[in-house]
Design a protein around this ligand. Structure first.
Ligand code: 5AD
Ligand code: SF4
Length: 467
């Protein structure tokens, strides 16, 4: 962009939490670009710092407050030197604890929620003009998506937000309060964004939403089907038609919203990756009920069976909470049992963290910290065993790998298998941005080694995998 250099300003965004926040951070940078802000990796040289926060567990919020402490000194140093640093706190901590942030850290200039960042330019203008802080944590009636500038693909793999908010109200979770009610973007807008990302070089798209498979967006005007709304399965079928898009993923899903059309899409859309993040949280019916998950273990196991029937090579990943109030050793044993039965290949497990305002925080029988710790260690040991086992079993297999990053050594490149395993290959850097068959040759602690399979990489050198 041709702007006088004197107007160039630097923006440092630090992102906590989920992929949705990663997407939001990129969009905040897009919103601020017309004001002359360009990204920097260094808070020291920034004119504006945004902390895009996560409120899902206690530690996340506490990390924000300690980061704010460090930024306070930086801001003071800048001001002493006659400069200015605009400090903004965005995301779910801002939404839930906006007033508290301004009380504990009055030097913060802007507090904004996840639904208002399209208004950042006005907030920055206000904060630059006047003393005092700007607080905007409304849930505007008009969805922010209609007011955001076009997104840009920055690599071969892009995120695309299709749904936000959650109406499930699991009893431990703050998301329905911080992100608000479920909202699905119209399918036409999603397809247009996906086409643009593909034309800019994205080969893979990950559809994002707090409850992404609850997606029910307005059908495109051109759609001849009788349905006025599209579910996620229908949307994925349409996305798979876009030229250049070779891989589709989505996250995060709720077992209850896994409908027949979406399950069928797993069997019928080759570009839909055979890897599904499907949080179960616990294996005991009693705990699932207390969590208000609206499914029991049999429902989950049956669902996994139906998914694998549709796509035999499907692998699952999941989230778990240990030490939910009232969880006994017997309940926890059921979680371990469920984990073994499903054989998850990747997982995220957390100690239950009481979130103020959620129903579970008020339950009397909180589990002692040392019990939570012991259970977490036991669960994580089992989960590591399963992941390691899956990685070992990958050796000798030929898998399509999307190469998207240079490796540490010259000529080395890194890509992802359908199961998100990082795979590095030597001397194949012409395959960057392509999906190439790779034979897995070895297992390292955090990645797999492979070699381009003979006959693989059939595309002539230099030819891109996208239009
Ligand atoms: N305590 C611990 N873990 C939680 N999660 C959500 N809320 C809590 C909480 N209060 C976990 C769930 C969810 C993931 C994103 O975070 O496992 O799926
Ligand atoms: Fe939170 Fe997910 Fe439950 Fe919604 S479905 S309340 S986001 S855990």
């Amino acid at each position: 962009m041709n702007r006088p250099t004197t107007l160039a300003k630097k923006l440092y965004v630090k992102t906590y939490g989920c992929q949705m926040n990663v997407y939001d951070s990129a969009r905040m940078a897009d919103v601020l670009a017309p004001l002359g802000y360009a990204n920097t990796d260094s808070p020291e040289e920034a004119d504006m710092v945004i902390l895009n926060t996560c409120h899902i567990r206690e530690k996340a919020a506490e990390k924000v407050f300690s980061e704010l402490g460090r930024l306070k000194s930086l801001k003071r140093r800048k001001e002493d030197g006659g400069g200015r640093l605009i400090l903004a706190v965005a995301g779910c901590v801002a939404q839930a604890e906006g007033e508290e942030i301004l009380r504990r850290a009055p030097y913060v200039d802007i507090v904004l929620g996840p639904q208002t960042y399209h208004r950042l330019p006005e907030m920055v203008a206000k904060a630059s003009r006047a003393a005092g802080s700007v607080l905007d944590t409304e849930f505007p009636a008009e969805p922010k998506f209609d007011h955001l500038p076009e997104s840009r693909a920055e690599g071969f793999s892009a995120f695309l937000s299709v749904q936000e908010g959650c109406d499930k109200f699991c009893s431990f979770c703050v998301v329905p309060y911080t992100r608000g009610a479920e909202y699905s973007r119209p399918a036409g807008a999603v397809l247009a964004e996906a086409r643009r990302l593909a034309s800019q070089g994205a080969v893979e798209i990950t559809l994002l939403g707090q409850n992404v498979n609850g997606y029910h967006g307005e059908a495109p005007a051109s759609s001849h089907a009788a349905a006025s709304e599209w579910g996620l399965g229908r949307l994925i079928r349409a996305l798979a038609e876009i030229e250049g898009l070779e891989r589709i993923r989505y996250t995060t899903s709720h077992p209850r919203d896994m409908d027949g059309e979406l399950i069928a899409a797993h069997g019928e859309v080759p570009g839909l990756m055979p890897f599904l993040h499907l949080p179960v949280q616990a294996g005991s019916d009693r705990i699932l009920e207390a969590m208000n998950r609206r499914h029991d273990r049999d429902f989950y196991l049956d669902l996994v069976g139906r998914l694998k029937e549709a796509r035999a090579d499907l692998a699952l990943s999941s989230d778990f909470i240990v030490g939910f109030p009232g969880e006994t050793d017997a309940d926890f044993a059921e979680t371990l049992d469920l984990v073994r039965r499903v054989g998850f290949v990747q997982t995220y497990s957390f100690k239950y963290s009481p979130r103020p305002g959620t129903p579970a925080a008020a339950i009397e029988h909180q589990v002692p910290e040392r019990v939570k710790e012991a259970r977490l260690a036991e669960l994580q040991a089992l989960l590591t065993e399963l992941t390691t086992d899956f990685n070992r079993r990958s050796v000798g297999r030929v898998m399509p790998v999307l190469f998207d990053r240079p490796g540490r050594h010259p000529g080395q490149i890194i890509g992802r298998s359908p199961y998100m395993q990082p795979i590095h290959v030597e001397g194949a850097d012409t395959f960057m941005g392509q999906v190439v068959p790779v034979r897995i040759t070895g297992v390292h602690p955090n990645s797999l080694a492979g070699e381009v399979s003979p006959g693989g990489g059939a595309r002539p050198q230099g030819e891109k995998a996208y239009a």
